[in-house]
Ligand binder design. Structure first.
Ligand code: SAH
Length: 227
């Protein structure tokens, strides 16, 4: 069975969006993974199809109602669903390449996209939602965050990237940022490709790349080396 992603959102028309382009889109058409965006509003039961209400305790904005969201989750994800249930949230566990690998090796994910001030805390607990953040900033909704997560995950699914586009060497794969890349022309505005890269000596090339990756990581992201 291939990786199955289901999104619960007030804006299903945003999907697949960028996930339908290039290699991810090809993987979608080739059924290496599947994507289904579900309209949260379809699970409202009143005449006005209400999905949100004012925050208990007062304050600005609106909160997504727990009963409506729970019905949507139960519809796409029965209790024995092996897929993790994620909630995109700035309060969540930061998304990392390691998390992307873990998800890519699994059966898929059910992803809830918040809007407004977020979702009622009780449905997070009642449906075992794992909160995931894509960074320390606040977006207007979880849709773009869900796309970021899926884009990072789906490209790791075997067969999605062609053999020519391997990710074995990439940033974060070995706890380092990637070494600098070059391509033709040999000379660009007076700057040449480092000689070692055109030497044909693969041992030397590997050593140079490793040293560059380490130096770059030390300057830009020393926190990665501490881990
Ligand atoms: N009041 C909330 C922010 C709500 S933003 C707070 O202060 O924590 C509205 C929705 O956008 C959230 O429910 C979440 O689904 C999404 N979102 C915003 N920033 C995000 C981030 N950094 N990572 C993941 N999702 C985010």
């Amino acid at each position: 069975m291939s990786f199955s992603a289901q999104i619960i959102t007030l804006f299903p028309e945003l999907f697949p969006g960028p996930l339908g382009a290039s290699v991810l889109g090809r993987g979608l058409r080739d059924q290496l993974w599947s994507l289904d965006a579900v309209q949260l509003r379809d699970f409202a039961t009143d005449r006005h199809r209400t999905v949100d209400d004012t925050p208990a305790g007062g304050g600005a904005g609106m909160v997504l109602k727990p009963d409506v969201l729970a019905r949507a989750i139960d519809h796409v994800s029965p209790p024995d669903d092996p897929r993790p249930r994620l909630l995109m949230s700035p309060r969540g566990k930061p998304l990392t390449q390691a998390m992307a690998h873990e998800l890519a090796a699994g059966p898929g994910a059910v992803i809830v996209c918040g809007r407004f001030e977020g979702v009622d805390q009780r449905v997070i607990a009642a449906r075992g939602l794992t909160e995931v953040s894509i960074g320390d900033y606040v977006l207007a909704g979880g849709e773009v965050a869900a796309m970021v997560l899926l884009e990072a995950v789906v490209r790791l699914i075997p067969g999605v990237l062609g053999a020519a586009e391997s990710h074995a060497d990439e940033s974060f794969e070995h706890g380092l940022l990637e070494y600098p890349q070059f391509t033709r022309p040999q000379s660009f505005e007076g700057r040449d490709i480092p000689e070692v890269l055109t030497s044909g000596d693969h041992g030397k090339v590997d050593k140079w790349r490793q040293a560059e990756a380490l130096a770059l990581t030390r300057v830009r992201r020393p926190d990665l080396l501490d881990e």
